[in-house]
Design a protein around this ligand. Sequence first.
Ligand code: C2E
Ligand code: MG
Ligand code: MG
Length: 399
Amino acid sequence: MVTLSPLQEAENAVRNKELIVYYQPQYDAVTNKLVSAEALVRRRLPDGSIALPGSFVPAAEETDLIMEIDWNVLEQVCCFLKKRIDAGHRYVPIAVNFSRRHIGETDFLEKLCRTVDGYGVPRNLIEVEITESAMMDGAYDIVSFVDAVRKENFNVAIDDFGSGFSSLSLVKDISANVLKIDRSLLSGNCENEKERIVLESIFDFAHRLKLTTIAEGVETREQLGFLRTCGCQLIQGFLFAKPMPEEDFGEACSRRVLDEESEDILVSQAHANVRSLLMEAVFMKYPLVIMSNLTRNSFYMMAYENFSARTCPSTGVFDELIVHGTSTMHPDDRELFSTTFSRTNLLAAHARGEKFVKVVTRQIGDDGIYRPVETTDFFVKNPSVDDVLVITLCQNLSE
Ligand code: C2E
Ligand code: MG
Ligand code: MG
């Protein structure tokens, strides 16, 4: 048996019409609605197995073959969208990956318009995805390229942002309207401070630049919880859905919302700079500060240097936080603590118009000593959402 080179394999895939498109849904981070998707190429081998792009895209990228692949994917996407539109089924915008090589393709724009218009698919249903690394390739005038694509009413996304040497200046100059945050930025599961600072800053500048933000490769609830606190708009990742064949995606599209209703949505916006300075002062007085969304049953620790730092997750489900907090209280105070801060009672207090809820309880430290602690839950309002939000400030009264 002759072994073929990766390039020959890629050529065979195209020639034998083995390329198919998988779709990975992108969900609205607040409503859990399926609002868009990314088209990802796959190769269906003669034995029926499915090969990932890693086995043929890199080789194709070395030559112009990749352009043929991308155009093929676009055709299949347009064909899918046209079928949905004609049948009166629900459809959403689809992002198509375009290799950097297209930037130097003289008739790229004309071909893009001709293909999409030819299917009668509205242009705003197609998003052109270009990787960040292509943007850094000095050989091409990426700024003009993106400008031209945007002028023809296509959306443009910067893919894999943060995976290479990201240039903030480029993001500023380029007229792309979507920023896809690379999953490498989530590698610490959003549980370490530095990772959070970097993510918060990226979302802050992206939103101020009016870019739609998509987090890629979201696999855990911790990542999801934190991304929501940053105001990340769309979520794409295995936690919600893997790339799937067209038929399955069609069904997911019609279903619209995730099967499993996710209960922990935290939608407060993060504001870097001034906020962090103010926080520094607050943390001096209150070593434990928690931001919670009662409506979505989620929380995120903004500061956590309490004397009782026993294994409590730094982000997650609010009800579980109260169970944990209760377990650290003096047995005689547990009832008071768990009733005062149960979600039901807090929501009732909020509905009665109370501004805050406060109790003093005895909490055990890591050293086994009980100290009086004042816990205050302030009801706060985020102008962009109706959810009931709470900031918890805890103060050790024995100091
Ligand atoms: P990409 O454009 O950044 O696509 C996202 C990749 O991340 C996909 O891999 C997807 O399956 C994977 N992914 C999504 N969510 C998760 C997650 O939660 N965890 C993990 N570990 N991975 C996740 P895939 O389909 O193997 O594609 C890999 C790359 O191949 C793509 O990265 C893209 O650069 C390239 N590619 C795929 N289709 C095309 C295409 O049609 N044209 C071009 N030029 N490149 C393509
Ligand atoms: Mg992509
Ligand atoms: Mg990507």
